[in-house]
Write a new protein. Structure first.
Length: 128
């Protein structure tokens, strides 16, 4: 039978630039520090790369660059962040380990796509 999608290490479901800040680590609140990241949703993880300098990048980063960090989506909770930022189009992700992130895009459509796609992965993992 064909491999389950979660067994394919490099199955990229979505990738793109997002504004990101980590707001908690292990349940402890952190000071916000927004920055642009290249974000890749692949397998069971959301992976963050340092953004490239220069013109906007539209394609998936080569596998050669090392991720800055990565988030295991199993058991994670994702919701629209209504009162957590003065910015528009923000989603809030909390992992089982109590790490929390805000992700933001200037495009409402784009953040909706990220919301739906990440939610899909979380639901798939919930069913496993
Ligand atoms: O939720 P807060 O604390 O109002 O978040 C803002 C601050 O973290 C601010 O940093 P300083 O407190 O170091 O000045 C950031 O520059 C802002 O971007 C944060 O608010 P937004 O609403 O942009 O998430």
């Amino acid at each position: 039978c064909p491999p389950h999608p979660s067994d394919l290490p490099h199955e990229v479901e979505k990738a793109g630039q997002l504004n990101k800040t980590k707001i908690a680590e292990g349940g402890r609140k952190l000071r916000k520090s927004w920055g642009i990241s290249w974000v890749v949703l692949a397998g069971n993880s959301l992976v963050f790369y340092k953004d490239l300098k220069g013109p906007a990048h539209t394609s998936w980063r080569p596998a050669s660059s090392r991720p800055e960090s990565s988030v295991d989506l199993r058991g994670a909770v994702l919701e629209r962040a209504r009162d957590m930022s003065s910015k528009k189009n923000v989603i809030h992700l909390r992992t089982v380990t109590g790490n929390e992130f805000l992700l933001q895009s200037d495009s409402e459509a784009e953040i909706q796509e990220w919301h739906q796609t990440i939610k899909g992965v979380i639901r798939r993992l919930d069913r496993e």
